[in-house]
Design a protein around this ligand. Structure first.
Ligand code: SER
Length: 628
């Protein structure tokens, strides 16, 4: 079954079970400080699980673009080395928002895999949560009993918290899960070693294909679990792994999801991808790994750019830049490619996935141009770095002061020029020198600790002001926003929490009614005050988190239950609004003069100025700038 058909079959199956089919959300997350990229199929539905958004459809199915390169779920180091982890992958999912639960989820998963896809039952194993005393969550008897209706007991395995209790991040909705694993080994091997012993044991042929999570809890900041008001189902099936199983392959890269990309890389490098030879020849293994890394990374980079995240020096843009540079380095080091090549793989990808993800076609030219520009500039950096290391090696040899390159130099090459340790070491060996790896590692750890300390945020749990709570119905938004027509209104505090970032303590409060506009679409959030005859509190900023409007202040009112007048700083708002209107005028002007490909890629609008980010293929000329 071709991969496009595999995807469609999944969606059709759940449509027949009453699910609404929805498109994938963009992979780059805006408006959620706890998440940079969508890392699982459930992330776009987080607001629903948390009770911050109304349930539009109780049953939904989709294929979601996911990226696991940072935070709690990070597979980057495995990618390319093994044959079944990816940075970007598609996660097929079916969802129940307070509707069906364990029995239906399990029955449908089994029906789809064994009756529709016709996977051999004797190759499947399932796991259920064994329970945890420490968490006070019992063994998942219901899941176990349901599986017994379909699977013999020797194939139902009990799993621990690490494997069978799914959490999206340090806090948030979570619950026990049941996983389905596939044993892809030969009959001979299966006769020798029982597959059950290899489940969740890093065997490349016995792999998890589907995870069904039963969302029942909320993990709070103090690490305790609280029961959610409703029970939900969140399932995630790795699309690339499923295709591998259905196409009878040993590796995800041997399926039609990856072979066109690998063929293109072979053409560009003049080398061959030969997985069958990698055990015999170290050189072939190095080539294969590089090709897998590149085939994987081109997907991540292309989809990120299509979703509006260009490579840059900060945040999500920096992650994308590093992934692109990682792929270029593999090409340079292992495939001997010394000129821009990544951008030339984009048409192959667009041809393959453009039907399901039209953004790859509509944004194709932009994706190619951006990648090419990045490649050109990185090659320049590589060249400067190469000159630097050559000089260091020549000087050290001439000085006769030793044969080991200082760890500080190795770290500088890594940090400034993106040289990985093994590249520096390889070049050093060419001069009969070695590198001080220990010192390098010490500096690397030091840097990691520094950046962790700079970005760590301690967030306390929300404290509710019971008296001011409007309703216990989670489907009603807590806050009424009146800021389009009013800049002042009466308001009560309904919850608050303490946040500590970079050693600065702040408070966040949620009001039942607010005129404060939260930062969005590049426009800065409102500032102002909440006040009554007894006190006046400055609101320094307003942001949205998972759909909730949050007001920032440096101290809390003495009387939290009192009523306040919430007042927006009028001047700041008016000047900001003017600049916001000006971004629309600027956007229209750019499209008129440069062309309709100009799309907003980011912007900042505050009371003093505006910044508008967009991509154009060349530098804007003075004549174009002056044009009416
Ligand atoms: N959230 C679960 C996972 O990512 C199932 O979708 O594995």
């Amino acid at each position: 079954m071709e991969s496009n058909k595999v995807r469609q079959t999944f969606l059709d199956f759940f449509k027949s079970k009453g699910h609404e089919i929805v498109p994938s959300a963009p992979m780059v997350v805006k408006g959620d400080p706890t998440l940079m990229f969508i890392n699982s199929g459930m992330a776009p539905f987080k607001d629903i699980f948390l009770g911050n958004a109304a349930i539009k459809f109780p049953r939904v199915a989709d294929t979601q673009k996911c990226l696991r390169v940072s935070g709690k779920h990070n597979d980057l180091e495995e990618v390319g080395v093994d044959t079944y982890h990816h940075t970007m992958f598609e996660m097929l999912g079916n969802w129940s928002f307070g509707d069906y639960f364990k029995k239906d989820a399990i029955a449908w998963a089994w029906e789809l895999l064994t009756e529709v896809y016709k996977i051999d039952k004797s190759r499947l194993y399932v796991t259920v949560f064994e329970g945890s005393v420490e968490e006070n969550v019992p063994f998942d008897q219901e899941a176990y009993d349901t599986w017994k209706l379909y699977v013999e007991e020797s194939r139902i395995l009990k799993g621990n918290k690490k494997d069978n209790f799914w959490e999206m991040g340090d806090t948030g909705p979570c619950g026990p899960c049941t996983e389905i694993h596939y044993d892809g080994r030969s009959d001979e091997e299966r006769a020798k070693v029982d597959g059950a012993t290899l489940v969740n044991n890093d065997d490349p042929q016995v792999i998890e294909v589907w995870n069904n999570v039963f969302m029942e809890f909320m993990r709070k900041a103090d690490k305790s679990l609280e029961k959610l008001p409703a029970q939900h189902v969140d399932t995630g099936m790795g699309f690339e792994r499923l295709v591998r199983v259905l196409q009878g392959k040993q590796s995800n890269y041997d399926t039609d999801v990856f072979t066109p990309l690998l063929n293109k890389i072979e053409e560009l490098s003049g080398l061959r991808y030969k997985p069958e030879d990698e055990d015999k020849h170290k050189k072939q293994l190095i080539i294969n790994i590089a090709m897998r890394v590149i085939a994987d990374h081109i997907r991540t980079i292309s989809f990120s750019i299509a979703d509006g995240q260009l490579p840059s020096n900060t945040g999500a843009g920096y992650v994308i830049r590093r992934i692109l540079r990682r792929a270029i380095r593999y090409g340079y080091q292992s495939l001997n490619i010394k000129e821009p090549f990544m951008y030339r793989i984009v048409p192959t990808l667009a041809h393959q996935l453009g039907q399901q993800f039209p953004e790859l076609n509509t944004q194709k030219i932009l994706i190619e141009k951006v990648i090419k520009e990045e490649e050109i500039s990185f090659y320049k950096t590589l060249e400067i770095g190469l000159k630097r290391i050559d000089q260091v090696c020549i000087d050290l040899t001439a000085s006769h002061t030793g044969k080991v390159i200082d760890g500080k130099v190795v770290f500088e090459l890594y940090d400034t020029f993106g040289f990985p340790l093994d590249l520096t070491s390889l070049i050093a060996r060419g001069y009969d020198l070695s590198i001080d790896e220990e010192e390098f590692n010490r500096l690397l750890t030091e840097q990691k600790n520094r950046s962790r300390a700079a970005t760590s945020v301690d967030t306390d749990d929300w404290m509710l002001i019971e008296k001011n709570k409007k309703s216990s119905d989670n489907t009603i938004a807590e806050t009424e926003f009146v800021g389009y027509s009013e800049l002042e209104c009466t308001a009560n505090i309904i919850r608050y929490r303490k946040v500590k970032a970079k050693n600065k303590e702040q408070f966040q409060i949620v009001l039942d009614k607010t005129p404060f506009y939260a930062e969005s679409g590049g426009q800065v959030g409102d500032a102002g005050t909440i006040e009554n005859i007894n006190e006046k509190i400055n609101i320094t900023d307003t942001k949205k988190e998972n759909g909730v409007i949050i007001h920032f202040c440096d101290k809390l009112p003495e009387n939290m239950e009192a009523s306040f007048v919430a007042k927006v700083n009028r001047n700041k708002r008016t000047f900001t609004e003017n600049n916001h209107s000006a971004t629309h005028l600027l956007h229209a002007a750019l499209r008129q003069v440069l062309g309709t490909h100009v799309e907003q890629k980011g912007s900042l609008v505050n009371e003093e100025y505006l910044r508008f980010d967009f991509s154009h293929f060349s530098k804007i000329t003075d004549e174009e700038l002056a044009q009416n």
